[in-house]
Ligand binder design. Structure first.
Ligand code: NI
Ligand code: MN
Length: 236
């Protein structure tokens, strides 16, 4: 079995699980590097890490048009409900739920989370997805934190196949801390995001990838917006 992850720019991903497409943190029309427009997106579910505009800017429009269920924290679910969106699965950190193609667990992230209109957005989060028999960890916007060792080596014994980490620095961890994160998470493959969208979070992703490779931490894959990667289950 395999899944296909497409980076559309910034922290936005389309994950084809083989049993439905998950959209992560919809930010298209105002994103300077986005590979597509919000109106062209099709998805079966939408997962939201936190309330900042660069993660929810196109959330309401896409949720209304596609009627895809939104998985998010309680506070963001209330904000969506006030805008007429009721296909929502509210949850909170530590919870796991079924999503098209598998399950999603909401994990901790160290960041903040106000919504674009100033509404309190609850706690920011990351996601651990078990989809198509592949485990994907989406850190969301976060600093390095020591629980990454627990996420990488959980009690169920399942290791991370793909980790998606921010490397932009300034608002999240930067390249140095991301290397420590990869050490703790020990994923097979690591994909960088949340960099290069605007000058303050510019990074040399190829230099970052060379450091990851040199330290033999994981297989880094630097995508360009619009590019996809297919990841297969490792045979048991
Ligand atoms: Ni943020
Ligand atoms: Mn952000």
């Amino acid at each position: 079995m395999s899944i296909t992850l497409t980076w559309t720019g910034h922290a936005t991903w389309l994950i084809d699980t083989g049993a439905g497409t998950l959209l992560i943190d919809p930010f298209f029309d105002e994103c300077p590097t986005a590979s597509m427009k919000a109106a062209a997106v099709s998805c079966d579910a939408i997962l939201v890490t936190h309330g900042h505009f660069d993660h929810v800017a196109d959330l309401v429009a896409i949720a209304k048009r596609t009627r895809a269920r939104v998985y998010c924290n309680w506070e963001i679910s209330q904000w969506l409900g006030a805008q007429g969106i009721d296909a929502v699965q509210p949850m909170n950190i530590g919870g796991r739920t079924a999503v098209p193609g598998g399950t999603a667990k909401m994990e901790i992230a160290h960041h903040s989370s106000s919504l674009p209109d100033g509404t309190y957005g609850g706690n920011p989060a990351g996601w651990v997805l078990d989809v198509g028999r592949v485990r994907v960890y989406i850190a969301g916007d976060t600093s390095l934190f020591s629980d990454m060792a627990r996420i990488g080596f959980p009690h169920d014994g399942r290791r991370i196949d793909v980790a998606i980490l921010p490397i932009g620095d300034l608002f999240t961890m930067g390249p140095d801390d991301s290397l420590e994160a990869i050490r703790m998470l020990a994923p097979r493959i690591v994909l960088p995001n949340h960099y290069g969208t605007w000058p303050p979070i510019a990074q040399d992703a190829e230099a970052w990838a060379a450091r990851v490779r040199e330290a033999k931490l994981a297989e880094p894959r630097v995508l360009t917006p619009g590019e996809s990667i297919t990841v297969s289950t490792v045979a048991p």
